[in-house]
Design a protein around this ligand. Sequence first.
Ligand SMILES: [Zn+2]
Ligand SMILES: [Zn+2]
Ligand SMILES: [Zn+2]
Length: 257
Amino acid sequence: MKATLTVLGSGTSMGVPTVGCDCAVCHSSDPRDRRTRPSVLVEYGGASVLIDTTPDFREQAIREQIRKIDAVLYTHTHADHVLGLDDLRPLSYHHKPNKLPLYARPEAADFLRNMFRYIFDATYKFGGLAQVELRIIRGPIELFGARFDPVTVIHGESEIYGFRFGSAAYLTDHSTIPEASFACLQELDVLFLDALRHKPHPTHSTVENSLRIVERLKPKRAFFTHICHDLPHAITNAALPPNVQLSYDGMKLDFEI
Ligand SMILES: [Zn+2]
Ligand SMILES: [Zn+2]
Ligand SMILES: [Zn+2]
C-alpha cells in the first residue's frame, strides 16, 4: 500500500533556533534551518499515525493542516517527545465515544500516566480532557492494515523504541543500535536516524556514526533527524553521500507500507 511520511519536526530537544543563541544557524534565513522538535506523521489508506507528540505538536499540526490522528506511537518519554500530548485534545474529540489510542512501552505508559495524571486519573476529572487511552506495546502492532514493529535502540543508558513500518524505519534518539535490532532493519527504502551533530554526545548519534549505520544497512534513502544548531542544512547536506540527506520540517516522502 502507498504511504506518505511527513517530517513534522527535525530538531533536537531545544529546537533550532535555540532560545538565547546567536549562532549563524539560529539566525539563518534558510527555512530548513528552522527545526521544531522531532516527530513524523505516517499516512496510508486513509489512516494517520503519529510518532511522538512534541512540545511543538500544535504548531506542526496547524502547519501541516492535520485533520485527524488515528493512533499515536511513543518512542520514549523525554520532554521533547511527549509534552504536546495535551494538544491532541481537538483531534481526540473526533474519537468520541471511543478514545484515541496512545501506544507506549510498559514503563513509558506508566510514566505518561503519572505525568498526565489529570487526564488518566479518574478521581481528578474536569472538563476538556484529551480523549486518549494508553495501550502497551508488547510486540508488533497492527494498525489499520499496516504493521508497525518496535525496534529497540539504546539512548544513553535507556532502552527505547524506534519503529519499522513497511519499507521505512524511524529511529530517533539513539546512541547505539543493538546488534539484535539490525535484523529488523534490512531491505529498507527509507531509514531515519538520529544525527545530532558532529561532536560526540552521550545519548545521541553523530553524523559520522549514523553514516556508518547507513553504510552497514544500505537503505535506498537515509534521512537524519534530531539535528541541533551545529549543522547548517545546505552546507551539511552538500557534504553527505547522494542517498543521505538531513531531513527538514515539512519534508514529505512516499514509500510502501
Ligand atoms: Zn529527543
Ligand atoms: Zn544556535
Ligand atoms: Zn530522548
